[in-house]
Design a binder for this molecule. Sequence first.
Ligand SMILES: Cc1cc2nc3c(=O)[nH]c(=O)nc-3n(C[C@H](O)[C@H](O)[C@H](O)COP(=O)(O)OP(=O)(O)OC[C@H]3O[C@@H](n4cnc5c(N)ncnc54)[C@H](O)[C@@H]3O)c2cc1C
Length: 468
Amino acid sequence: MDNNFDVIVIGAGPGGYVAAIRSAQLGLKTACVESRKTLGGTCLNVGCIPSKSLLNASEMYHKAQKEFKNLGIVFTDIKLNLSSMMANKNKSILTLTKGVEFLFKKNKISHLKGKGSILDKNTVIVINDSKKKITYKAKNIIIATGSVPTSLPNIKIDEKIIVSSTGALTFDKPPKELVVIGGGYIGLELSSVWKRLGSNVTVIEYLDHIIPGMDKDISSEFLKILNKQGINFKLDSKVTGVNVIKNKAVVDFTNNKTAKRERIECNKVLVAVGRKPDIGEDITKLSIKLNNQKKIQVNEKFETSVNNIYAIGDVIDKGPMLAHKAEDEGIAVAEIIAGQAGHVNYNVIPAVIYTSPEVATVGKTEKDLKKENIKYKVGKFPFLANSRAKVNNETEGFVKVIADEKTDKVLGVALIGSLAGTMIAELALAMEFGASAEDIARTCHAHPTHSEAVKEAAMAVDKRPIHF
Ligand SMILES: Cc1cc2nc3c(=O)[nH]c(=O)nc-3n(C[C@H](O)[C@H](O)[C@H](O)COP(=O)(O)OP(=O)(O)OC[C@H]3O[C@@H](n4cnc5c(N)ncnc54)[C@H](O)[C@@H]3O)c2cc1C
C-alpha cells in the first residue's frame, strides 16, 4: 500500500468516520486509524447505540408489565431474559459497526488498524496489535480521538462493582441496589434502564438539581417524573468515599447544606460524573494548545495551534460532547480541507435525554438569555392538552418556546414529553432558518400528533393557544 495520504483521521467515532467519508467523497485520498477492534467509536460501541437499545427494550418490558393491561392487552407470566436483551443490543452494535466498515470500503478509505500517534505535522505512526510500527505521511491530519469516562478523586473504577457507563451497559443481572453518582444525561438514562429492569436506584447529585445547565422548570418537572417512576434522589450531596467490601460497595456522602452524613450499601456503583478528552502523549509533545479542561483548542476552521493538524468531536473545546455535533464537525472539517466553506452553527445543536418521557432542548435557555441581557417572551403548552398524547396516555411534560421580545425570533426551545427527541428536529430547522414563533404558529401541523403541542406553544408566545 502507498503510505501517502491527503488526509489521515485518527479515531473512527462519529467525528472521525464521518470526516473520513466526507474527505473521500471530496476526492481526497483518505485513511482512518482506529485502535478499537470495531469502527464507530464510543457512540456505536459503548455509548449512544447500546444505551438506546437497552432504553428501548427496558421501556417495552416496563410497559408490558405496567401499562398494557390498561389498553386491554393482558399477559400472564412476563419474564425478563436479560441475556437475550443484551444479545439484541450486541447485534445492533455489530450491524452498525459493520455498516461503517462497509462505508469505508465503498468510499475507498484505508482502515489503519492500531494506535495512531503524531510524530510531526505530516507524519502519523500506527502501532498495530503485533506491536509493529508503520509510518504514514499525510498532507492533513485530523485528531478525532474522542473522550473517556472520568471519575472522582479517590474513586477507582474497576468495571466490576464500581463501573463507568461502559460497565453499566453489560451487567449480567439487575443489581439489587444501584447507586448512580451524577444526575446528568448518562446517569439518568442508565438509572431508567436498571430501575425498569428491577433495581432499586439512588442517584446522588452534587448540585441541588438534575441536568446541569437546563432551566429550573424543565429540570424540576423531569425530577418529579423520575421520582414518580421510583428513582430515589439525593441532591445537593457530595460523595466522600466509595469502599468495596466483599462484593458490595459502601457509598458515603454528605449533604452540602445540612452537613448530614449518609451511607448506602449497594451491589453496584455507576460513576457518571462526566467524560474527559482522550489525548495521547504525542499531542502533548507536539505542544498542540489545550484549554484549562485539557481539551484541544481549535479556531472556527478546526485548526489546532499546529499547522496541518485539525481536531473535531469530544476532544475539542467547542460545543457539547455529542455524537451529532462531532458528525457535523467531521463534515465541516473535510470541506474546509478540500477548500470549501464548512461551518457548524453552535447555536443550534439539539440535545436529547432518551428517558421516558424524553427531554430535548435546542438553542438558549432562559438562564443564558438573562446572563446575556436579552429580553425574551415564553410560550408553554402542556401535553395534557394535546389530543394524541391524551389518547396514548402520555400526558406528562410540556413544550416551551422562547422568542426574542421584539423580533419574535425563536431563541431556544425545551420539550419534555413523549417523542421530544424526534420533535426537536423541527425546532432546530426552524432556528436554522431564523424562524419567528409566529412562523411556527402559522405552519400547519398534522392532527392528531404530539407536534401540535409545538405549534400551540409557539402560539402561546403571543398568548393565544387554542386548546389551553
Ligand atoms: C453511555 C453513553 C451514551 C451516549 N449517548 C449519546 C446520545 O444518545 N447521543 C449523543 O449525541 N451522544 C451520546 N453520547 C456521547 C457520544 O458517544 C460522543 O459524543 C461521541 O461518540 C463523540 O464522538 P467522537 O468521534 O468525538 O469520539 P469517540 O466516539 O469517542 O471516538 C473516538 C475513537 O478514537 C479512538 N482512538 C482514541 N485514541 C486513538 C489513537 N491514538 N489511535 C487510534 N484510535 C484512537 C477510540 O478508540 C474511539 O473509537 C453518549 C456517550 C456515552 C458514554
